[in-house]
Design a protein around this ligand. Structure first.
Ligand code: FAD
Ligand code: NAP
Length: 307
């Protein structure tokens, strides 16, 4: 029986592992099918403190992993498929069939951005197609960009991008926004933002074959097809937290985010950190910070039980 199992190897899980291992909890970390998490899918990280010249996402999580292993974290591969988080002994069933038993657990399985699912978008991910303006917006100084979506995230992304881009096209599939009125007002009145209502993306264009150069857009009411020139496409159509394995075990909100209070879940001894419990900030530094909090909470929980 382990004292602590951590699920997920992004910045939240790895930071939790560093703290827990230094507290001599000898954590076992289940790394999942994307070792290192979302940061491994991007290049330059310019906003993680301590790296003034930027660091690539893969190297950043590799350093975190080394730090976690240095203090005695054990790492196993694969996904958790199901869990029983009731009672004193928690159990996690891995896809291999192996069962991990632990006295406490930290869930740090992150969230996945939703994409449109068209082949040209998939091909150009990381080559002008992004799901994070905070992360990648600064790469688009003085070039036009487009945002897809009509919720608050799309509004925030579009407004943020006006700081850099020469023009921001907002492509939305209906004739009104889902976003809160105040955010929608800011967008509709912004001089740099042009809204393409009732429109869907047919294709992301890459004339040079290796980066986004434009967008083919279809008006779904008139069937008219047009092309716009852009250097970057930001897809902001929602995120899905990776919580399927814990459904029915932990309290979640209506979209599946784990409900936490200072990383504590509704189950004693079970904590959650990072994007899996954060629909607002979704940054590496906030994920790492909450990973630290979860490890400290787990340590206190185990001490309070004399374990
Ligand atoms: P994740 O990084 O999502 O890691 C989740 C982990 O859980 C993965 O290891 C996965 O394998 C594992 N997992 C999932 N399901 C299971 C399961 N069932 N069983 C076991 N393991 C599981 N943030 C910034 O601060 N700056 C940036 O510049 C930046 N750029 C980004 C660029 C891109 C393209 C993307 C997609 C995100 C970017 N972000 C950036 C956001 C940042 O990556 C996330 O906020 C951060 O990675 C969240 O960390 P996390 O540990 O909560 O989850
Ligand atoms: P959301 O509210 O679910 O909005 C998703 C948007 O994407 C909708 O406009 C939807 O269109 C569109 N969409 C979905 N699938 C699409 C597809 N396949 N093709 C084209 N468009 C598609 O998601 P969100 O904006 O990420 O917000 C999630 C939650 O976080 C919300 O509760 C939001 O209020 C909250 N949030 C709040 C703030 C803030 O308060 N500052 C900031 C960000 C997020 P339809 O409208 O036609 O369905």
């Amino acid at each position: 029986m382990r004292k602590l199992a951590i699920v997920g190897s992004g910045p939240a899980g790895l930071t939790a592992a560093i703290y827990a291992a230094r507290a001599r909890l000898e954590p076992l970390l289940v790394e999942g099918l994307l070792p290192g998490g979302q940061l491994t899918t991007t290049t330059e990280i310019e906003n993680y403190p301590g790296f003034p010249a930027a660091i690539d996402g893969y190297s950043l999580v590799q350093e975190m992993r080394k730090q976690a292993e240095r203090f005695g974290t054990s790492i196993v591969s694969g996904d958790v498929k199901s869990a029983n988080l009731e009672g004193k002994a928690l159990s996690l069933v891995l896809e291999s069939g192996e069962v991990v038993e632990a006295l406490s657990a930290i869930i740090a399985t992150g969230a996945s951005a939703s994409y449109l699912g068209i082949p040209s978008e998939q091909k150009l991910r990381g080559k002008g197609v992004s799901a994070c303006a905070t992360c990648d917006g600064a790469f688009y100084r003085n070039v036009p960009v487009a945002v897809v979506g009509g919720g608050d995230t799309a509004m925030e992304e579009a407004l943020f991008l006006t700081r850099f881009a020469s023009r921001v096209f907002l492509v939305h599939r209906r004739d009104r926004f889902r976003a809160s009125p105040i955010m929608a007002d800011r967008v509709t009145t912004h001089p740099k933002i042009s809204i393409l209502w009732d429109s869907t993306v047919d294709e992301v264009l890459d004339v040079t074959r290796d980066k986004v150069t434009g967008l083919r857009v279809r008006n779904i009411k008139t069937a008219a097809v047009s092309e716009i020139e852009i250097g970057g496409l930001f897809v902001a159509i929602g995120h899905k937290p990776n919580t399927d394995a814990f459904r029915g075990q932990l309290e979640m909100d209506e979209t599946g985010y784990i409900v936490t209070k200072n990383t504590r879940t509704n189950r004693a001894g079970v904590f959650a950190a990072g994007d899996v419990q954060d629909r607002v900030y979704r940054q590496a530094i906030t994920a790492a910070g909450s990973g630290c909090m979860a490890a400290l909470e787990a340590q206190r929980y185990l001490e309070s039980k004399g374990l």
